[in-house]
Every structure is written in C-alpha cells, then in structure tokens.
Design a protein around this ligand. Sequence first.
Ligand SMILES: *Cc1c(COP(=O)(O)O)cnc(C)c1O
Length: 414
Amino acid sequence: MNTLHRIDGRLHLEDVALDTLAERFGTPLYVYSRQALESAYQDYTRAFASTPHLICYAVKANSSLAILNLFARLGAGFDIVSGGELARVLAAGGDPGKIVFSGVGKTADEMRAALAAGILCFNVESVSELHRLSRVASDVGKVAPVSFRVNPDVDPKTHPYISTGLKENKFGVPIAEAPALYRLAASLPNLEITGIDCHIGSQLTELLPLTDAADRVLALVDTLAAEGMVLRHIDLGGGIGIRYRDEIPPDLAVYGRELARRFAGRRETLLLEPGRSLVGNAGLLLTRVEYLKPGTDKNFAIVDAAMNDLMRPALYEAYHDIVAVTPRNAPARRYDIVGPVCETGDFLGFARDLTIGEGDFLALLSAGAYGMSMASNYNSRPRAAEILIDKKEIHIIRDRETQSAMMAGERLVC
Ligand SMILES: *Cc1c(COP(=O)(O)O)cnc(C)c1O
C-alpha cells in the first residue's frame, strides 16, 4: 500500500502535503496513515483467512490510543506487556477477552488488574510466575487462564538485541521443560490451561525460523494432548519484519499457507502477535533542519528530532530512510543527520546524500513502530505530537507535550 507519494515533488501522506502539515503543527511530528494501518491489518486477515485465528496486535510497537482504537474496531486482539498497556487497551475500547499478557516480570498488581478485566490468557514465562499467578488468582477468587511461553531455541537470524527465542535469552521456558510445567500448572489451584505461546524475535526477514518454531511448538502440543492436556489456542508470536532499506520481508500470504497446512484438521485457534508489521511502515517522523554544519571530514545536518523521539538508530544502529519533504534543485551533499541531544549516540542517520537547506523539513520513514512508544524526555525534551491522516482529514491524536506536563508530579523538598 503506497500511501506515501510525491505531487510536484512535494511529499504527501495520503492526500495531505507534509510540508504544510509540519508548518502548521510544528516538528518533530509523528504522522500516520489510517489507510496504511488498516491495509496492514487486512493483509493479515486475508493471509490467515482459512485458519481460525486472532490477530493480537503487540501494543508496545505503538501504544497511542487512537491506533489501539483503530485496531480494536477492526476486531483485533492485543498482546500487552504491562499494566499500563492493559489500561491503554481498555481505554481505547479493546475487548479484554482478546488480550494476551506477555512479559517476564508481571507483578502481582498487574496480575490482579488483568484478572479483574478478564483477559484471554497469561503467557507465563517462568515457574515462579506460575506460582505467583496461582496465589494471586486464589486470593481474588478467580481462575487464571494460562499459556506457557516456550522457548523453541531457533535462531531467528536478526539483530541480537531483538532475538528472543534462543536458549540464552531471558524469555520463555525451555521447550524441553514445558511438559513438566504444564503438569505443574494442572496441579495448582485457580489455574486453567488454555494455550501455548512462542515469540522468537523481531524484524525477521526469513520465514524458516518461524515455521521451524511452529513445528516445534506443534510437536509439543501433540505430546501434551497425548497426556490429556488439550489446548484451545496456539500463539506463534509476532516478529515479521518490514522494509526499512532493502530488506525483503517474508510474504504474509506464504506464511499464511504454511500455517494453514499445519493447522488443517486441528481444533486450536491460531493466535499471532504482530507489532512492527502492522504499524512500522504506516508512520513517519517529520523534522526540521536547524543547522547545517559543514566540516573537513564530514558535514552534519542538525535537526530538531533526536534520540529521545526515535531511539532505534541509537539503540540498535537501525536504519531509517531520510528524505527531503520538498526537494531542492541542486547537487546533493553527504550529511550525518544528528539531533540536539548531548550524546554522541544521538544520530538518526549516517552519510545520507541530500539537497537541503536550513529550515527544510525531512521525513524519517518507517517510523510507525518502536518510535513514539520508545520516546522519552531525555534532555527535558517534550515528546512529539502525533497526527493521523485519513485521506484529506487531519486528526491530532496526541498534543505536543507541554513543559508543565513534563514537570507534573515533581515536588521540591522543603
Ligand atoms: C515485541 C513482541 C511482539 C511483537 O514483535 P514485532 O516484531 O513487533 O512483531 C510480539 N510478542 C511479544 C511477546 C513481544 O515481546
């Protein structure tokens, strides 16, 4: 879905010119396309149409209420990793019965809130968590639906910081220990076994690790069934990559066919937890060039967005395409695009060939996932505003943070 295009050279998202948008609302500014968000979701429902399934959007990729609400209205479920994300999904009108709760460190308070809301299941990641969940559920007189997150020990062939399914990662329980854990869960009070889960990593560009993991999980499900433990759902996680530069992400239709073949004749519902692939390419970050700083070795373009707005380059050395919003007619020069934050790691892109002047706007593309949701106030920088474009319509879905909001809750010592 190409919602980003140029008209007379000027960059547009859907029917809105991004230079006028930046002038009107200021920068840094996150901008999303409703059409791109919805079509990414529909790509999933189409690819998995022949398998009973539920798409649980991974909230941490972008947790803005308007985006959660949009997916809720399309019928999505949600994958949450904190009590804060639970509150957001509920505030956005998400169906609690379609929420799965992942994460290695769930607190008793978070468990109580999720039990009160009536979520679909807890993706349990350790024995200690299982015992705590049983105690908390007993205390509040509820039965907690349990799904173990198993670690299938496949190499997802992605960046080590976003690989989660190897033996040495902190996530999940080793697949070999899972049968014993399911037996333990069956013996503890106030727990009900409902499913199984795995999530092997993020920004995966190959299908094989995903289908390998699926095969290992399905073999375990059959072992459990032979012991009389019947599951209602099989959650194969998220992790499908997107194109930032020249990656060729797995074809969802092929993934859908691969899983349809494996699920044919099964009774369990397929759950998926995509994050990045639903929102990543639906958003961009607009920024203004504050200063051009030519040097002997390299030239810097200092822009008004920084690592606190988009942390991925600093955190993972991630690549985002950077393009001029209104191109000029002159030869390009090579720039490092850096922010104003006082860290050498505060860069957005290295060695980019651009024709730009001070005051020009740049767009950092593919910034819809792990952009705003990772934003911080480092250097006391207010967080950016967010806009959702729907054809010609412009919706402000988050105001630019004010300085007083940034200081709210702080007190002096008297
Ligand atoms: C982060 C995460 C996801 C989403 O991953 P993407 O790569 O954004 O699709 C899904 N499930 C779990 C448990 C996660 O931690």
